[in-house]
Design a protein around this ligand. Sequence first.
Ligand code: SF4
Length: 505
Amino acid sequence: MGLLDRAGGQLTARAEDAEILVVNTCSFIDSAKQESVNAILEMARHKRENGGKARRLIVAGCLVERYRDEIRKNIPEVDAVVGTGELESILLAAGLPAAGLATQPQTTPSASPFNILLSRAASAVHQHSHPSEVGPQLEIAGAPRLDSETWVSAAATRSRAEGDARQRQGRFSRAQWTGATAALPEYLYSDETPRILTTPRSSAYIKIAEGCDHPCSFCIIPQLRGKFRSRPLVSIVAEAQRLIAQGVREITLIGQDTTCYGEDLGLRDGLSTLLDALAPLPGLKWLRFLYAYPNKITTRLLETIARHETIAKYLDVPLQHASVSVLKRMKRGGTAEVFLRLIEKARAKVPGIVLRSTFIVGFPGETAEDFNQLCEFVAAAKIDWLGVFGYSDEEGAASFSLDRALKVPKRTIEVRRRRLMKLQQKISAKAKAAWVGREVDVLVEGESDETELLWQGRTALHAPEIDGKVLINDFGPHDALVPGTFYRAQITESHEYDVVARIIE
Ligand code: SF4
C-alpha cells in the first residue's frame, strides 16, 4: 500500500471505486486458502460486471507463492500476480511508474526495495558516527551496550546454520508444488519502505524478521516465506522512532519466530538486545513481541521483559501440544513437564506475566490418551489466553504424507477442539474474576464491536485483535472518550474472556 501510494496511486477500501483491485492472500491452511480464493473470485466478478470501472485485478501474497501459475490459468480475470518476495513489482502490475520511488532519497540508483534496504542500512550506520547517537537508549544498566561493530554487523545479511542444514535436507523445497516457482522469497522491508498503517493510530506492528527455519511437520510456512532472515537492528529502531513520532504508542513485534531474531546477524540473545534498544524510546508506552518458540525463551529474555516498564508483561508462546509422542511427530520437541517448568520460570521471573498459547488438536496419530494429556496440561498450566485449532492437512507439509490410517476424522477433531475450549473457558473465567477491583491503564479503541451502549479497550495484558476485551460502561469524569487514548480505569466485573471497567482518570 505504501509503494502504491508513493507512486501516485490513490487508495480506497471500496472495490466499487477502484480502477485497480488488489487481493492480498494467505495460504497457510485450507480455510485461509478458501477465503483467499473466494475474495479473488468476488473481485473477478466485480471486474466483469461492475460497469467497467475496475480495469486490473492483482493477486498478491502467499497464495501466489504456492499456486502462481494455477491462479493465472484458472482465473483469467487476474492480470498480474505478486509473490511475497517481489513486492516492488506491484507497481508494474498496477501500471504505476516505479520512478515514483526515485523521488525518495537513496544512495543507490535502483528503485528496488532490496536496494532501499541495503542503502538505508548502510546510510543509517554511516550517518551516525557513534551508535549512541542512533540509540542512546542502548546504554542501559544491565543491558549490553551495542558497539558500532554490532550496528554494522547487524546490518549484514547472513543465514542461520540451522536453516542452512534444513535447506540441505530439503525443508524449503517446492519441487512437489505444481504451479509454484522454485525460488524462495528473500525480501525484507526496511524503515525506508513506505508503509501505510491500517491499524488504529496509536498501535502498530513491526515485522522484525521474515521466514522460518523450524521443521514443524504440519507447517508449510518455511516453503512459502523462505529461510529465516532478520531485519537490521538499526532499521527496526529507526522505524519505531518514526512510528512514535507519528503518534504510535504501542508497538507489537512480529515475525514467524521472533525469538530467533538476530541469530543470522551474529547477535546473541538478539531479541533481548532489540527490546533493550526499543523499550526506552521516548513516547513509547507499550512494547510486546508475539510468536516465541518455547526452547528459545532464555533467562535473559525473561529478565528483559521484567526490567522495562514499557514491555508488556505478556508472553505469547505457541506450544501446539503437550503429549510427547504428538510433539515428536510434529517435530517440535518438548514435553508437558518441560513446558510447565518454563511457565513456572516465566511467572517467577516476571511477576504478573500473562501467557498466551495455541494448540493443534487432531494431529495425525493423536489418540484419546494424547488428547487427555493435552487437557491435563492445559488444566495444570492455566494459560491466560489460549487458541485451539483443528489440524488442517496441508499438501506439501510432512504430516500430509503420514499414513492415512493415522489421520483423525474431522468430526473427532471438532469434538476435541470444542472440549478443550470449554475447559479453557472455565480457566479463563476464574482468572478474569481475579482482575475485579484492579486499577489498570486502558487503551481505548472506540465503540464496542457488539453494542453501541459500551465502549471497548485493552490493557497491556491484551494483544491487539487476538485476546479478550475491556468493556467500558462508565466514562467516569469524561463526557466522551477519545479512541487511541490511554485512561486509568478500574475493573468492576468479569466474564469468561472479557472484563468490564469504569474510567477513573
Ligand atoms: S515455528 Fe511456526 S512458522 Fe515455523 S515451521 Fe513451526 S509452525 Fe511453521
